[in-house]
Every structure is written in structure tokens, then in C-alpha cells.
Design a protein around this ligand. Structure first.
Ligand code: 6PG
Length: 249
């Protein structure tokens, strides 16, 4: 397991931002474009804010970066539950990313087959032969029930082998969602999972020990290029747990 245990949520954000920056530079150098999938929830907010700080704001190839989402709640973009809104406030409104480079899941249009529209738009974005149909970097969180993106335990979406975007059902207050599927996530060049705080310790420790529950969707995130890379803080992975470069043996 590629697990990196950092001191704090801020250290996790610092490390995550550095991995995004490294992947962005490599992708633009190799293919002229960097396609980054963002997740919602609270954990990634610190990483987004770190990427909006002056060094990365000025150094990263934002003009050649396209931002997409791993999932979205079926709410308008100005709703407090919108994953787009959280990313816009923490990052997108604070860096020189062209508006045309933001491929937002239109949560307000879920009832209008937004999953199909988004899937078509995503496939058009990835059709450049150099891209090889792969998202460059997917940043994920994980729920205490082992969900990731909006792939929840016992979801029919977990069995999907062909579609890249599907409607999903989650818990209140945002039961209706749209999510990338496992084929989309596992085709990515790099997948990084962020987990901080004591609430995530049972999940992180079980996975680190190879004792993961097969009901946890995060277990099925197995990118073809290896990983995912887990970035966790000490509360989510107390000393002596886990394996990997930064974990205490
Ligand atoms: C969402 C997120 C979701 C999130 C987990 C963890 O739309 O809710 O994409 O998958 O990553 O629920 O959320 P926290 O980071 O808030 O614990």
C-alpha cells in the first residue's frame, strides 16, 4: 500500500499540492494538457487552498489545465452542498484558470440526463490520442463507510464496467448525485486518496493491514498504473500502523 503518513491535515495538503504540481508539469510537458479531477467533502479544501497560494498560483500551468469533478451533488452551483462551489471558493476563483477549462457537472440538471452530457463531454476532452483516454490525476476522499466519489456501499454503480459517469444515490441531505465510475477512476494516470482525522482511522488502518471490508467502494480503486497513493495524517493513521515510505515501521 502506497501510504504516506504526514504530521497534520496541513502537511497532507502540502504533500497533495506538491503531487498535483508535479503531475501538472509532467502532463503539460508530455501532452500539452493536464486533466485534474477534484472531489468534494471537507478534506480536500486545504489542498485546494494550498494550490491557490502565490507559489503554485504563479507556477502551475493553469492555462493548460482542465478541471473536472469525481462527483457532484444534484444541487445548483451556488448551493452550500455543491462540490463545485467549494472548489470555486477555495481554488478556482483564486487562480488564472480559464473559465473554459472548468468542466462542471451541472448538478442543477441531474433530471435532464446530466450524467450522459457529462460523460460525452469527458470523452471529447479525453479523445486527444496523446491523452490515451485517461484522466491525468484524480484526487479522492473517503467516507467513514468506505465510499469514494459518490460510489457508496452496495451501489449498482460499483458493478459498472463501461460507463464513465452515472447517477448515484447517497445519504441525506444530498441523496441525488452524479459520479465517475470505477472504470473512469481506474484508468487515471494517478489517483491520490486523502484521509485525515480520527474518524477515518478505522478505514485507513483496516486497509493498511490488508483487512479491508469488500463492501467498501474505496477498495475497488485500483488504478491500472498502480496505487492509489494514500495521504493520511497521524489521527487517521496512528503510529505503528500502515506501511509505505513515511509510515512508522
Ligand atoms: C462528496 C465527496 C465524497 C467525499 C467523502 C469524504 O461529494 O461527498 O466527493 O466522496 O470525498 O464523503 O468527505 P470528507 O472529506 O468531508 O470526510
Amino acid at each position: 500500500m502506497d501510504l504516506h503518513r504526514l504530521e497534520s491535515p496541513e502537511a497532507v495538503a502540502e504533500h497533495a499540492a506538491a503531487l498535483v504540481a508535479e503531475a501538472a508539469r509532467a502532463a503539460v510537458a508530455a501532452r500539452g494538457c493536464f486533466i485534474l479531477a477534484l472531489s468534494g467533502g471537507d478534506t480536500p479544501r486545504l489542498t485546494y487552498s494550498r494550490l491557490a497560494q502565490r507559489d503554485y498560483r504563479e507556477q502551475l500551468p493553469w492555462r493548460d489545465t482542465v478541471v473536472i469533478w469525481s462527483d457532484e451533488r444534484c444541487v445548483p452551483p451556488d448551493d452550500e452542498g455543491s462540490n463545485y462551489r467549494m472548489a470555486a471558493e477555495a481554488l478556482l476563483n483564486r487562480v488564472p484558470l480559464p473559465a473554459d477549462n472548468i468542466l462542471r457537472i451541472r448538478g442543477e440538471d441531474c433530471a435532464l440526463a446530466e450524467d450522459l452530457r457529462y460523460e460525452r463531454a469527458l470523452h471529447r476532452l479525453l479523445q486527444n490520442p496523446l491523452q490515451e483516454g485517461r484522466i491525468d490525476f484524480v484526487l479522492l476522499g473517503v467516507g467513514t463507510d468506505g465510499h469514494t466519489a459518490s460510489l457508496f456501499p452496495n451501489s449498482v454503480a460499483l458493478a459498472e464496467r463501461y460507463r464513465w459517469v452515472l447517477p448515484a444515490v447517497g445519504p441525506e441531505p444530498y441523496p441525488h448525485r452524479i459520479t465517475l465510475t470505477l472504470p473512469a477512476i481506474n484508468a487515471a494516470r494517478r489517483v491520490v486518496v486523502l484521509a485525515t482525522g480520527a474518524k477515518k482511522a478505522p478505514i485507513v488502518q483496516a486497509i493498511a493491514r490488508g483487512e479491508a471490508d469488500e463492501k467498501w467502494p474505496i477498495v475497488f480503486v485500483r488504478p491500472r498504473g498502480g496505487g492509489p497513493t494514500w495521504l493520511v495524517d497521524r489521527e487517521a493513521c496512528p503510529a505503528g500502523e500502515g506501511s509505505g515510505p513515511d509510515a512508522t515501521p
